[in-house]
Design a protein around this ligand. Structure first.
Ligand code: G16
Length: 544
């Protein structure tokens, strides 16, 4: 075979963030940039000889170009078999499902999630390990270290392979299987949920739902599962054809970026149920008629109703949430007398807990929910979970949420994002907060007494690794919290995230407007951090 050994030099910006390496497409298009990272990845993940690798992405611009490069590098790095989604497509949850089902060594997922796509948008790459989940920090850090020392990479000199035909082909001794990107995932969903009950709900002639695929990867999955297998009316799935630039949109399923869906669900005769998923299909937003369910509440409600779902009817081993996610699920774990785990932001931190059977459901405030069925968060799974609950309980989303608050109490919760602020200003703000922490405990601030003030550090109970500096938390004696951290997924400047949570147990005060109810704490957070004075920003860019 004709192998080229290409001389290269390190790029100093290849440290993976919260979820892999995400950069502008133009950064990836620099000569050797992708190849350097892929070689560092193949060198960091262990012995690749005779292994099986899954490859797929969310179909954004540069997806197929990157896959062709990875294929030509995989063959000279000793892989025996590649499993690739047709046309290079695999949603992130489907990739996790396929890695597990075919017992692959791991997978390469090409996505920048909800970040805008296209020639001027973002691209991303990450490695998932044998359990189907994102590589842990030990591996991502090793990739970075190798990327800083790289002097050459190896690539096979050949024509592009065909990604469009399902079937088997060979490149030298390496077998390449192009698979249907939807089938394995759809089968897994049918194993977990009560499809006949959901079908009966969707076909009862009254129930109306809308699913917004946001021109991204979940279109084919949602059409196959919701419309074809479950009988939802054709047209239930909107924006269902994946486009390389996501039609110029920002496929982040939240109140700001899915306005069409939100307007429909809040209209007088709007549908009973609405949902959206993001660029790569792992996030979800849940809406009922006239109501938005926060991701933190959604996790708590799924946990409280898990026994209604065939796959979870024997109960949950435990629940895990990221630290900034509201403590609503903690109340459910306490009532169910099961373990509750608090991890740093990043789905990768749930992997060990799921593998060790210490948690069954996991969730994050950033619109991610999932379970032990795979090792990624899973947008459509969350939608089907809600549909299964609705089918069994025969109540509206709003009734279910209100009853949940009445039973467990409510955690009012909001996140304020300040996007694209200069990195030096963001660091200055965090440093200033960090310096205040030692003096804060015991102080009374605007009537709230500080219980603890620290920078969150996580001790993984399974592998004993320690992850430090995972977000500044100020906890008050009544359980309210203010949290500050910088995003690890942005590609321009820095994004400051401020998370605010208040605990409400008074049955007469469960149904207030969130921003109004949290105003005192929001003002306190802004003052403590000096957001306006340091960044010059008077208001957040996005409120969820
Ligand atoms: C990724 C991670 C999530 C994380 C989210 C936000 O999601 O997988 O675990 O919560 O980023 O992270 P940050 O606050 O650092 O921006 P996704 O959907 O972008 O892959």
């Amino acid at each position: 075979m004709s192998i080229s050994n290409i001389t290269t030099q390190p790029f100093n910006d290849q440290r993976p963030g919260t979820s892999g390496l995400r950069k502008r497409v133009r950064v990836f298009q620099q000569k050797h940039y992708l190849e350097n990272f892929v070689q560092a990845m193949f060198d960091a993940i262990g012995d690749t000889q005779n292994q099986t690798l899954v490859i797929g992405g969310d179909g954004r611009f540069y997806n197929e170009t990157a896959i062709q490069t990875i294929v030509k590098m995989a063959v000279v790095n000793g892989f025996k078999r590649l499993i690739i989604g047709q046309n290079g497509l695999l949603s992130t949850p489907a990739a996790s499902c396929v890695i597990r089902k075919y017992q692959a060594f791991g997978g390469v997922i090409l996505s920048a999630s909800h970040n805008p796509a296209g020639q001027d948008g973002d691209f991303g790459i990450k490695f998932n390990i044998r359990n189907g989940g994102p590589a842990p920090e030990s591996i991502t850090e090793a990739i970075f270290q190798l990327s800083q020392k790289i002097t050459s990479y190896r690539i096979f000199d050949c024509d592009d392979i065909s990604l469009s035909e399902i079937g088997t082909q060979h490149l030298q001794d390496m077998q390449i299987d192009i698979i249907d990107p939807v089938a394995d995932y759809a089968e897994l969903m049918a194993d977990i949920f009560d499809f006949p009950a959901i079908r009966a709900l969707l076909c009862n002639g009254r129930f109306q739902m809308r699913f917004d695929a946001m021109h991204a990867i979940t279109g084919p999955y949602a059409k196959e599962i919701l419309e074809k297998r479950l009988g939802a009316e054709i047209g239930t799935v909107i924006n269902g054809i994946p486009q390389a630039d996501f039609a110029g949109g920002h496929p982040d399923p939240n109140l700001t970026y899915a306005p069409e869906l939100v307007a429909e669900l809040f209209a007088e005769n709007g549908p009973d149920f609405g949902a959206a998923s993001d660029g790569d299909g792992d996030r979800n937003m849940i809406l009922g008629h006239g109501i938005f369910v926060t991701p933190s509440d959604s996790l708590a409600i799924l946990a409280a109703n898990a026994e209604l779902i065939p796959a979870y009817q024997e109960g949950l081993k435990g629940i895990a949430r990221s630290m900034p996610t509201s403590q609503a699920a903690d109340r459910v774990a306490k009532a169910l007398n099961i373990q509750m785990h608090e991890t740093p932001t990043g789905w990768k931190f749930f992997g060990n807990l799921l593998d060790a059977n210490m948690a069954t459901l996991c969730g994050e405030e950033s619109f991610g929910t999932g379970s032990n069925h795979i090792r990624e968060k899973d947008g459509l799974w969350a939608v089907l979970f809600w549909l299964n609950i609705l089918a069994v309980r025969q109540q509206s989303v709003s009734e279910i949420v209100r009853q949940h608050w009445q039973k467990y109490g409510r955690n009012y919760y909001t996140r304020h994002d300040y996007e694209e602020i200069p990195t030096d200003k963001a660091n200055q703000l965090i440093d200033r907060l960090q310096k205040q922490l030692p003096q804060l405990a015991g102080q009374e601030l605007n009537g709230y007494k500080v219980d603890y003030a620290d920078n969150f550090s996580y001790h993984d109970p399974v592998d004993n690794s320690i992850s430090e500096n995972q977000g500044i938390r100020i906890g008050f004696t009544d359980g309210c919290r203010i949290i500050f951290r910088l995003s690890g997924t942005g590609t321009q400047g820095a994004t400051l995230r401020v998370y605010i949570e208040a605990i409400e147990d008074n049955p007469d005060q469960l149904f207030e407007d969130t921003q109004t109810r949290l105003k005192d704490l929001i003002d306190l957070a802004n003052g403590l951090a000096g957001i306006q004075s340091i960044t010059g920003r008077a208001a957040p860019t996005v409120i969820t």
